[in-house]
Design a protein around this ligand. Structure first.
Ligand SMILES: [Zn+2]
Length: 147
């Protein structure tokens, strides 16, 4: 008998016009960031939870932004362990980690660290992006320990 969590499906992101390039990249195994063509600053792929993409560079205010591939490497900046079951589909995974990863490009993004016991998580540990295919069309960037 499968457990309840196995019969429930986890929420899957639905790309909109603004986020479609990011998810197209993720499906190809490429982590895309927003990049300023004027000064070279990299920015988060989102404008923040529930907000649209930033229309301008956070450093020089230029409006000339593009999607550019990140190297996919970074370090663990911070993390928390989630013990609360907010969604029954995640019941089998608590406690799971929610990490803030500082990419080599200077951008911090929220993701899960996979393939590493929560007890082994250390601030500053080197990480590399990996992609979890959650549906035919959607892959989600996660991070694993870099050796
Ligand atoms: Zn700029």
């Amino acid at each position: 008998m499968p457990g309840l969590a196995e019969t429930l499906s986890k929420p899957v992101p639905v790309p909109d016009e603004a986020s479609r390039p990011f998810f197209d990249g993720a499906r190809r195994g490429v982590l895309l960031l927003r990049h300023c063509c004027a000064c070279g600053t990299f920015m988060s792929p989102t404008g923040g939870l529930g907000t649209p993409l930033r229309p301008r560079c956070i450093a020089c205010f230029a409006a000339d932004l593009e999607w550019a591939p990140a190297g996919g490497r970074g370090t663990l900046y911070s993390f928390a362990l989630m013990h609360q079951v907010y969604d029954p589909a995640f019941a089998d995974e608590v406690p799971y980690n929610i990490a803030v990863v500082e990419l080599d490009e200077g951008v911090r993004m929220t993701a899960n660290v996979v393939g590493c016991a929560n007890e082994e998580l250390r601030i500053g540990m080197p990480l590399v992006v990996t992609f979890e295919q959650v549906s035919e069309e959607i892959a989600i960037p996660k991070f694993r320990r870099s050796i």
